[in-house]
Structure formats: structure tokens, C-alpha cells
Design a binder for this molecule. Structure first.
Ligand code: SF4
Length: 90
């Protein structure tokens, strides 16, 4: 599912795949982080809101907030990790 809103009329480009796997509210594009990792495993994913396993509700990315100065849209737990991924250690 495409998470980012794409503009009609633009032609495809090699980096389209990255946009398709990225979600509004992520600190950077999905799949730019470690292979196979997702936001749920990142220390910046705000799991305080609700953490009920892999089906946890989307949560805000604290790195996004830090970079932009405002909270972003909640990001799904299974969103592909971005370049700012930092492993969550309980
Ligand atoms: S991998 Fe971490 S820093 Fe990147 S969008 Fe997901 S929660 Fe945010």
C-alpha cells in the first residue's frame, strides 16, 4: 500500500519503490535502513501509545518529531525501517 501521496502526472523513476514502501510520518524513506528491520524494532517508534505485538497500532516516530519540531502521522509497526533506525533495547 502506498503511504505517501503521489502526484498524478509525474512519470515513474527508479526510486519510486522507496516512496511506495514509505509512510507519512517516517523520519526518512522506508527500506533505507537495515534489511528486514521495521519501525517496531526501532527505539524511535513511540511504542508507549500501544504495543500489542506485531498488530500494534501505528505510533509516532520520535526521530521525525526531533527533526521537524512537530509530531508526524503515526507509522505502522511493520513499516520498513529508515536510515535512522536504531535498535530498541527493552
Ligand atoms: S525506523 Fe525508526 S527512525 Fe525510521 S521511521 Fe521507523 S521509527 Fe522512525
Amino acid at each position: 500500500m502506498t503511504a505517501l501521496k503521489l502526484t498524478i502526472g509525474l512519470t515513474s523513476a527508479p526510486f519510486d519503490r522507496v516512496a511506495r514502501v514509505s509512510y507519512e510520518g517516517q523520519a526518512h524513506f522506508g527500506e533505507t535502513g537495515p534489511a528486514g528491520e521495521c519501525c517496531r524494532g526501532c527505539q524511535f517508534w513511540d511504542r508507549r501509545t500501544d504495543d500489542r505485538g506485531i498488530h500494534a497500532k501505528p505510533a509516532r516516530c520520535k526521530k521525525f518529531t526531533r527533526l521537524t519540531g512537530k509530531p508526524g502521522a503515526p507509522v505502522p509497526a511493520d513499516a520498513a525501517a529508515c536510515r535512522y533506525f536504531s535498535r530498541f533495547v527493552p
